[in-house]
Write a protein that binds this ligand. Structure first.
Ligand code: FAD
Ligand code: UDP
Length: 392
């Protein structure tokens, strides 16, 4: 095989490694991709009937406070000024998320000052005051009080995780900010936007280098014997699969998406509507046209919506979110030890590290791998091993 580096997987992690190694280190890079398109889960395409850009593997919103990642991303795409905002429907009424002063005023049906709202929530969280929350329910109640928890979190979380919130770890909920202002931006990051001409155009520009060859519909494992031990490799597929599931399978949640073209120019007036009621089977509906209000070529009389359903993944399903039970964490430690023994192979990305990574985190982690492992290997002859596979 006449290349310097093989990268298994063409998601943001794999493409960042490939692009930097080709452009900066002058290496010949072969990217192997199992699917029939590049880009991993960030891939998007035009829905054929309407031309509206849809995200096949779930809606992707780009946001980062990492200046290096922001600068790097802008080499391949310009960004729109899109700012993400989410609403939630509960018992036929609509509220703004994440929980903010507006949500509190709407829910309790009167005006609150920030101090009044804080006092109310403290009173409604009294049942868990003074102790460390043991599970997601206690954590959420401590942050927003019992009534808001029951309305916006309990049903949604039960649907999303198919697990009672009292059996889930408290950390899951800390991702959601709670604000005592009317600010209802979903993300706190310095930079936010969507790629002006779509995710796939961005991803294609990353791969567009004379030193990079991408082979689609090619499973790394079909070429494994030609690669491992002969060509330095960056593997971004599932960690457990690499080792033949020797320590058992790592648990994932997957999503099912139901796409529908509706005969109206606007179905819900906003990009994402969450559904908090437990008897509504889906967790949220995306309406893709609203991600790009600046696109004048979208049809005025049709729109594309996508309902999202969540469930545990079986083998063969797309792995989306690591579940991270204590058993998963034990298995992960054993797989990491095996990975450290695999000379000439580095493991990275969401699947290769069994970590939920936002796009900016996947890019940042790939840039670190180039700095800390690949450049020292190719320029100074340092050995290529994955001691410390953690996201750096
Ligand atoms: P992936 O994108 O999963 O790419 C891995 C690639 O490897 C895939 O193309 C796969 O086909 C390929 N592969 C696997 N095994 C093999 C093999 N054996 N041989 C060859 N190829 C193989 N991030 C955000 O910043 N904002 C968001 O709003 C956001 N929303 C998300 C919504 C969902 C539902 C999901 C699942 C993720 C979301 N993300 C979001 C995260 C984003 O998708 C990841 O950051 C990104 O996918 C990480 O890139 P990656 O390269 O590590 O993995
Ligand atoms: N969550 C919720 N109600 C909502 C939105 C989120 O209860 O309307 C909870 C849910 O447990 C979810 C967590 O907050 O897993 C994180 O939410 P986020 O929107 O970050 O979820 P994602 O879909 O990105 O994992």
């Amino acid at each position: 095989m006449n290349v310097d580096l093989v990268v298994a997987g063409s998601g943001f992690f794999g493409l960042t490694v490939a692009e930097r190694c080709a452009a900066e280190l002058g290496l010949r890079v072969l990217v192997l991709e199992r699917r029939n398109h590049i880009g991993g889960n960030a891939y998007s395409e035009a829905e054929p009937e309407t031309g509206i850009e849809i995200h096949r593997y779930g809606a992707h919103l780009f946001h980062t406070s990492n200046e290096r990642v922001w600068e790097y991303a802008q080499r391949f795409t310009a960004f729109t000024g899109y700012q993400h905002r989410v609403y939630s429907t509960f018992k036929g009424r609509v509220y703004s998320l994440p929980i903010n002063l507006g949500t509190i005023c709407e829910y309790f049906g009167r005006a609150f000052t920030p101090d009044e709202a804080r006092a109310l929530v403290a009173e409604q969280a009294a049942e868990v005051a003074g102790r460390e929350p043991r599970d997601l329910e206690e954590k959420a109640v401590s942050l927003i009080g019992r009534p808001l928890y029951e309305a916006f979190i309990r049903g949604y979380t039960a649907k999303q995780w198919q697990t009672d919130p009292r059996d889930l770890p408290p950390e899951i909920i800390t991702r959601l900010p709670v604000r005592y202002t009317f600010d209802n931006r979903y993300f706190n990051d310095t930079h936010e936007g969507l790629p002006v001409d779509g995710y796939t155009a961005w991803l294609e520009r990353m791969a567009d280098h004379p030193n990079i060859e991408v082979r689609l519909e090619t499973d790394f494992f079909d070429l494994r014997d030609e690669v491992v031990g002969r060509v330095p490799t960056v593997y971004t597929g599932p960690l457990d699969r690499y080792f033949g599931f020797a320590e058992g399978e790592l648990g994932w949640r997957t999503l099912d998406f139901e796409l529908e073209v509706k005969p109206t120019g606007d179905f819900q007036g906003t990009p994402v509507m969450n559904y908090a009621d437990e008897d509504v089977p889906y967790t949220r509906i995306h309406e893709f046209r609203h991600f790009h209000p600046e696109r004048s070529h979208y049809p005025a009389d049709r729109t594309v919506i996508m309902r999202e359903f969540s469930r545990f993944a079986d083998r063969g399903d797309e792995p989306y979110y690591p579940i991270n039970t204590p058993e998963d964490r034990d298995r992960l430690l054993r797989y990491r030890a095996m990975a450290r023994g695999e000379d000439g192979v580095l493991f990275g990305g969401r699947l290769g590290t069994y970590k939920y990574l936002d796009m900016h985190m996947a890019i940042a982690s790939a840039l670190s791998m180039v700095d800390n492992r690949l450049r020292p290997h190719f320029t100074e002859g340092r050995p290529l091993t994955s001691g410390g596979m953690d996201v750096e």
